[in-house]
Design a protein. Structure first.
Length: 341
């Protein structure tokens, strides 16, 4: 009898690792294949980065509370975020959609209004894609292409011992925003006459419905002449991304609870839901902020940046991955971010 392995047994990253072992790279122009935020293809002095993301109705979004315009914007932003995570500049995108017959032309136009808004915002060209029918709701696939020089390229694998760990913006908001949206959906289903109470949650629900890729930080790093030693975006939760950098760079990390960035609305709403705010910061997904490491000598260049937070430092791999709590206790990090299977 042939052994049957459930995908949930090995998880998304175990599946990717298993499949990537079967792949043979044939061209010297393929500098980096599977294993980073984007693939890297050499064009002489220029490096092209390529990434793709798939968004499925009922898995990645719920149209009962996600406007089509926001969804279109988000589909582009999450791909641009992967380009940013390579310290590259996005240039082109392709958009493929699968539609069921419940979507009229006007709905598709609304979706594309959001896509075009994001294309303008991030200064990228929509250069193609595919359209087909679907029997299971809306499916969106976006591929983004960007470019950078070899010297500016940032992988997950470049972190060195004593490098400083940096995170942009604030974390955990998208997860808590999703909790609010799901709660209001259940209230509505129970009583359609009840109007959603979202005004006091506008920041966190906005972070879930219409996230921003941090291209502003990428441009600022160039202006300040800071090249991260490693970088990735925070899409599956801070702890999970730290594990990726540790594995790729063969290092450990020490981060500090009192340095982790969290917005007051995220904190207060997490408490309202009975969820530990630090758990949201460590394990919440879809924030699309940047996690990166810098050399000690670059600290002064970013020291006064209002949106870059120094959350810890890189340690030897033998020292493991730890969080120092506000009371000074070192707790081993666990990666419990978004699981796809």
């Amino acid at each position: 009898m042939t052994k049957r392995t459930e995908i949930s047994e090995i998880g998304e990253f175990g599946l990717i690792e298993r499949l990537s072992q079967q792949i043979d790279i044939k061209h010297p122009s393929t500098v980096k294949g599977i294993g980073d935020d984007a693939a890297v293809i050499s064009h002489g002095d220029l490096m092209q980065v390529v990434t793709t993301d798939l968004l499925l109705e009922g898995v990645h979004f719920d149209l009962s509370y996600c406007p089509l315009k926001h969804l279109g914007f988000k589909a582009v932003a999450v791909n641009v975020s992967d380009i940013a995570a390579m310290n590259a500049i996005p240039k082109q995108i392709t958009v493929s959609i699968a539609l069921s017959n419940r979507f009229p032309v006007e709905a598709v136009e609304e979706l594309y209004e959001g896509i075009n808004m994001a294309a303008t915002h991030y200064n990228v060209d929509v250069v193609g894609g595919d359209t087909t029918s679907s029997r299971s709701g809306l499916v969106l696939s976006v591929t983004a292409l960007g470019e950078t020089s070899k010297e500016l390229l940032a992988y997950r694998s470049g972190a060195g011992v004593n490098d400083i760990l940096c995170a942009t913006g604030d974390l955990g908001a998208a997860l808590i925003g999703l909790q609010v949206l799901e709660r209001e959906k259940q209230v509505f289903l129970a009583n359609p006459d009840m109007k959603p109470d979202l005004d006091k949650y506008s920041y966190i629900t906005g972070r879930q419905l219409r996230p921003e890729a941090r291209m502003d930080i990428i441009h600022e790093l160039r202006d300040l002449q800071v090249v991260p030693t490693s970088m990735m975006d925070i899409s599956d939760g801070l702890a999970s991304e730290l594990f990726h950098i540790c594995k790729a760079s063969d290092v450990g990390v020490l981060i500090y609870e009192d340095k982790l960035p969290i917005d007051k609305q995220t904190y207060d709403t997490a408490v309202e839901f009975g969820i530990d705010p630090i758990t949201c910061v460590l394990n919440g997904g879809e924030d699309y902020e940047l996690l990166f490491t810098i050399r000690q000598e670059d600290f002064q260049k970013l020291e006064k940046h209002p949106d870059v937070h120094f959350i810890g430092h890189v340690t030897p791999a033998s020292e493991g991955k730890f969080l120092v709590t506000k009371s000074g206790t070192a707790v081993e990090l666990k990666a419990q971010g978004w699981k796809h299977f």
